[in-house]
Ligand binder design. Structure first.
Ligand code: OSB
Ligand code: MG
Length: 371
């Protein structure tokens, strides 16, 4: 396959509720969709960057630049024989995994459509449904958060994650745990603490949390290992794990007991699969994280989460937890059993509704092939 046309689409989508983490608050998600065409078949991917470099250094502007000026030109006249890691083409660009991931997802979707198979099959996924979890942001008041947890529990979510930061942590977790004694519960700090907070973080041990996600600086595996040694609650790493090699190191030095896999964070579906495989072999449970993706990125996350090592509910929620109207049809839904059915139809398994995409588009550019 040679790519006839590659398009970038910068979207801005209003969230149903502003989402606040330790690094900031967003009311509208900005993202980049990647659309490719070859022989009359299309393929869709998403680089779920943000407007600001809070979660990672990548933003809409940096990813657009890397995609348009480096990654897309590299694929001109290149014969792509199979879906697979595009690292072989993109090794000359250091970093920028989200930019790379958007293209790799689009290539995977293209091959899946050509073969008439769902993307989950091409990745090697096996199960037909995956457990849904939800990630709830920092709120102005504890009561507001309790209301959100209540709603999520009523919708059947199998696991609830709450965002924490200094002064929005122990008291908040205690209140949620008191109201929902049996709910599988975890917290995500997005790197808001230092090792000197270890005594404080140990207070979370009494709430029977599934895990604490990314408590410390992403670059500091060593301090995570020190923290984990004195903590009953398992440490899960998100921002720290940028590659298969990072996972190997983190497991080796016992910096974590669980890993959150995000395909956009590690450079694409096949890098994510490689990461999954090493964790599966070493008995480290993994779950699929999210970056407030539109339906396109979320469909790719659902497919990834069908791999056998994804034994824990991830941050894969229904479309209506994020958007009034998702850009895919049908929307992602969670059944009364708290499960999401992985599509069995070709490609993403959802239709990208171009009229809704156009409605939310800030910029669209053909970066390879004729406009
Ligand atoms: O740390 O997991 C995170 C959203 C944006 C950036 C970082 C994170 C998150 C989430 C929500 O927790 C994930 C989702 O539901 O898509
Ligand atoms: Mg996280």
């Amino acid at each position: 396959m040679k790519i006839d046309r590659l398009e970038l689409i910068h979207l801005r989508m209003p969230l149903v509720r502003p989402f606040e983490t330790s690094f900031g608050r967003v009311a509208e998600k900005e993202t980049i969709l990647v659309r490719l065409e070859s022989g009359g078949i299309e393929g869709w991917g998403e680089s779920p960057v943000a407007a600001a470099p809070g979660y990672s250094y990548e933003t809409v502007q940096t990813a657009w630049h890397i995609l348009r000026d480096f990654l897309a030109p590299r694929l001109k006249d290149v014969e792509i024989a199979r879906p697979g890691p595009i690292a072989e083409f993109f090794g000359f660009v250091r970093g920028h995994p989200m930019a790379k991931a958007g293209i790799e997802m689009a290539i995977l979707d293209w091959f899946a459509r050509k073969d008439g198979l769902p993307i989950s099959k091409l990745l090697g996924g096996r199960v037909e449904e995956i457990p849904a979890g939800v990630s709830l942001g920092i709120e102005a008041r504890i009561d507001d958060l309790l209301g959100q947890v209540e709603q999520a529990a009523a919708r059947g979510y199998r696991r609830i994650k709450i965002k924490i930061k200094p002064r929005w942590d122990v008291e908040v977790t205690a209140a949620v745990r008191k109201r929902f004694p049996a709910m599988p519960l975890m917290v995500d700090a997005n790197a808001a603490y230092a090792l000197s907070d270890a005594d404080h973080l140990r207070r979370l041990d009494e709430f029977g949390l599934l895990m604490i996600e990314q408590p410390l600086d992403p670059d500091d595996l060593l301090d995570h290992a020190k923290l984990q040694a004195g903590l009953k609650t398992p440490v899960c790493l998100d921002e720290s794990i940028k590659s298969y090699a990072d996972a190997r190191r983190a497991i080796e030095i016992k910096a974590c007991r669980v890993i959150n896999i995000k395909q956009a964070r590690v450079g694409g579906p096949f890098a994510a699969k490689a990461l999954h495989d090493v964790c599966f072999a070493k008995g480290i449970p993994v779950w699929c994280g999210g970056l407030l993706e539109t339906g396109v990125g979320r469909a790719h996350n659902i497919a990834l989460a069908t791999l056998p090592g994804f034994t824990l509910p991830g941050d894969i929620s229904a479309s209506d937890r994020y958007w009034k109207e998702d850009i895919i049809d049908p929307p992602v839904t969670v059944g009364a059993n708290g499960m999401i059915a992985a599509p069995t139809s070709p490609g993403l398994g959802y239709t990208v509704v171009e009229s809704r995409v156009r409605q939310r588009t800030l910029r669209r550019e053909t970066v390879l092939g004729s406009p």
